[in-house]
Design a protein. Structure first.
Lengths: 346, 346, 346, 346
């Protein structure tokens, strides 16, 4: 079997995590990662043995790496020449420019949720639409929030055939390593109502009706979703059967909060640190079992989203989708997760 | 006109504010406030000229005030003898004991939202059910959250005849003067689902169908409600007409967030400080005009609640209700608010 | 007695507070306040009856006020014509431009601590150097931190004749109404070492040797100073006598933290709200009595600074200094504080 | 070579980290870890293959593990029988009871910094007094703060022969996984002045004169020390030579904050996550190079302390000290750190 040659364009918060997850798989390998210039983040690439390329083809910028003490193999074009697929992890607003480069190079491409659906016209989550994206030229792996919603809503939808969803998103205002953003002591509503977050689920599963409201709050570690779902008549579900459904769903963790003393996102992240993935990541969506309640046809639940990492394994599955190497999403998910688990064997 | 003689049992966070609001009115007066013993909080009563009583009738405790340098007029029983109505602002769980004392003394009584509806079997907000509480022996003025929901939902209900409401409450985890409580960096879902907060509205307006989910977040200054309301067919409303309805509703402030740079609860509270009420209080519910959106029959909006003070004017109206001195809630509200406004003439 | 005619250039966080404090005095009056254009903040000026002027002389900008529904009396030049003294409360970096205008208009002027000492060559705090600034053309009222340090250090210096001070400033990262700034969950050291904060005391009392280190922390309400002072041999002081000295010092509050349950800056601000000044302001420096400890010649203490308001009364005294109407700082301070106290008679 | 048999009494925040660090070494092994009962934390022990024991010898408590689905090998006494050394990581206040058990079992023992020096009469940090603790029965590994101070002060002391130190500790108020503690929006001074933190350094290096002040702030991730050191005359150091000294000191990281965009503790912890140790730990003390400044004989600097993990490698060295297997602290430190680095090979 030939391994899939993967390029990471943008070795930052998401890029470094996707690179590790690729490195963990036996059917793909990192052929290079890009940085805009010599900086602290290059050390990590060197340590991992990932070849370094410059985000730009400009010879001066490429040469600057050597001056900073790093070996740079060339520009983005050089990297694209040797790659089968590029995972675009560059900062927002670069999508259109980059897309043209990827197409010109004839390289398959993944974008992240910071880009709009319209960029490629295709969006992806493992459980929602893997099969539809088999062999496509490029696809957007949706955002952390949309990925999280898909994880719990898609199996519900598969069972029920239709869903009407309202989600209030209580969002962490800044990432842990970002000390510039506030607020320190306030709640900030997103005044675009309904917000764009919920409806984005419809880019991967158009049949789910969903809206959302969003607020930002002074925490750095996780988003929390407060979700209300109207199930259709005759759904045949109970609170318990829904809990059991999610317990069997990949990349969803369901635990009793009170019994396990996991009553806030702080304790969820602490549990994640014990799992031992790098950066204390939690790829799974966390659902509080004692927060799930079906009242007639209306379902209430809370879930927590690790905004830095829940999309990482989806990127791996999406690589297999666009490369057409695995058509069964469940097989891909199982392979991805087992490899990651073995990689971080702590 | 004889003034209504008001006793405040518990001169703390709520008690001191109600006392000021009573003091501002011309149809009622403070005849005494209670403290459990000599302490820092007594100074405020002295400064305001409110007679000090002991929460208990125990002679040793009463004498302790003199030792602490404060004149104490007697115990709670002495105070009840000279009062027409007592506003119970004691900490939670004291309700049942106190109720017996108030009944024994033949004094009308108000409780606060920390007590359950069942204590008196009657609950109150000015706009929802003033007339129903005319002349009753005692009533519970509902919590800050329930009061806030009533302010915006009751006029909607009056117009529509029925409403189905889901509210996600993003709650400040601690009051500004409370430095013991956390979390510092987490979101805490209330794992009782649905939470008790929303349904409490039905104690004042049983016809409104409502449920809620609640989370606590690391801020001290305001609660924020993210609300979804299903209006009945034929409601005849638009986003604009709803905004205008609320602009004419007492104790509701509707402002454009982006235009006025009031985009978080921090800026709302800053605006409140400019108003100049003591403690920087905001008696009104704040609705972001640019966060109101009617989509078909489904209405979305955000409102912010100053948890320390929005119930203060309701207590004044409730005093008039139980005393039977003003049967029209709108007249009482107008009188209450004008007097408070003149009192804090800053 | 003619009242001193005071203009406020910049009716924002500091300007609105100084205007109120001026309004409280019987020997001075507000003749106008400036805003850059029609905005929310103009309402407060209207409510208080302060004549509104435009920060600029540009006719278009002046006319914009009428369009926004506010009466504008003219530009800054018009205001300066009728003023004896202007208090510059404009945002930083405007100092040099404004200074030229004030000089051209022949109006006495105060700047705030955001400007550098070099702008006027003179700096002011009431207790440090009132007499030196009698009748000068203009002076800078120093920052909240420098004012706070002067309050407690100057009386110590007057007693001892010399002091060597190290101060670590734990600074609130953003003001309460500012929701943009972070950090949410981090401590930020000021990497300029020593920081500029402490040495700024030497602009008002050059004989005090002082350095400082500063960090910003995720809170909005007060700065806290951790101070170490080396007293000269033969100082004759004890922990108790120092506490007593500060108890007799104007604008310093000394209280036992544990006994009064004022163990953090949150409870200090809560106490301030009870005092009843507008915006919940605390003009005084708060010293924890149980945090004062003299060990040999080395004194340790903590003090808390309300960064939005401690300089307000100093501005009033500084007006009297530059106008030459009161040469004794203690007389001015007593007059200022009594008038403010009566003004906010809550 | 026989490996040292290590027991961990208390497999919690510190215990689980020490266990991993022991597991990484080739001259020691974990023979068992204790838990008080079956709980979430047992899973980690099972995953790592560490034999589980009960903190108590009570047969009912031991049997409870099996009921919870965990194999329990016995009580603490059983574990002590097969151990050469026990690392006590139990919660505070258990020290005296546990000490008696360890002595009775004839097992060498380490305590953590939550215990007082007097418990064993001996305290330890690797660089300060490894040699003095060779072969002793038991020793206390000092707290995270004392360990951090030793790391930077001991080499300074070794060079200068004497030091006078003042340290202001800006402490994180709660650990990341602890959502109960506040404050949310306040600064809390430790009113015992001077605080106990600084002088604790004298338990490992009595010749260093040191005092400290401490405050708690609303952050969860690191302590920060603002340090002022008086060097003796003739020290011969410069800011640069001190920076270079620390760059060669084990377990100290010195980096330019502005150049590397590591300007707060948030970015320090983000850098630590990139290093890839489990839990995102940072065993090293972080010193901002651009925050070091020698002014005459007075040195100013800031350092950040990862309170959950900086003592972990010291525990490993202390095991070798009490077992008498390595007399040179630098050799032990190099061995410890290389093994940990290889273990977390991410």
């Amino acid at each position: 079997m030939t391994t899939i040659k993967v390029a990471i364009n943008g070795f930052g918060t998401i890029g470094k995590r996707v690179a590790d997850a690729v490195d963990a798989q036996d059917d793909m390998e990192i052929v290079g990662v890009t940085k805009t210039g010599p900086s602290f983040g290059c050390d990590l690439a060197v340590k991992k043995g990932f070849p370094l390329y410059c985000t730009f083809d400009d010879q001066d910028r490429i040469s600057a790496f050597a001056a900073g003490g790093y070996e740079c193999k060339g520009g983005l074009s050089d990297l694209l020449e040797i790659a089968d697929v590029v995972v675009d992890c560059s900062p927002g607003k670069m999508g259109a420019d980059n897309l043209a480069k990827y197409k010109a190079a004839g390289v398959k491409h993944l974008f992240q949720g910071g880009e709009k659906h319209d960029l490629t016209g295709k969006s992806y989550t493992s459980s929602a639409n893997h099969a539809e994206n088999l062999g496509v030229e490029g696809v957007r792996v949706v955002s952390c929030n949309t990925t999280g919603l898909s994880r719990t809503l898609v199996p519900l939808f598969e069972h029920c055939g239709s869903l009407k969803v309202e989600c209030t998103m209580i969002r962490r205002a800044a990432d842990p390593g970002d000390s510039n953003k506030g607020p320190i002591n306030a709640i900030k509503p997103v005044l675009k109502v309904p917000s764009h977050h919920g409806p984005d689920v419809m880019t991967v599963k158009p049949e789910i009706e969903i809206n959302s409201l969003a607020v930002a709050v002074p925490t750095t570690i996780m988003h929390l979703h407060a979700i209300v779902v109207d199930l259709p008549d005759g759904h045949g579900l109970t609170t318990d059967s829904i809990v059991n459904m999610w317990k069997e769903t990949p990349r969803v963790i369901v635990m009793k909060g009170n019994e396990n003393r996991i009553t806030t996102t702080a304790e969820v992240m602490e549990m994640a640190r014990d799992i031992g993935r790098k950066w204390g990541d939690l790829h799974e969506i966390f659902v509080w079992e004692d927060g799930v309640s079906l009242q007639g046809n209306r379902l209430y639940y809370f879930q927590a989203i690790h905004q830095e990492s829940d999309v990482i394994p989806e990127n791996i599955d999406a690589i297999r989708a666009v490369m057409g190497t695995e058509s069964d999403w469940k097989v891909s998910v199982a392979k991805t997760d087992a490899a990651i688990s073995a990689y971080y064997n702590l």
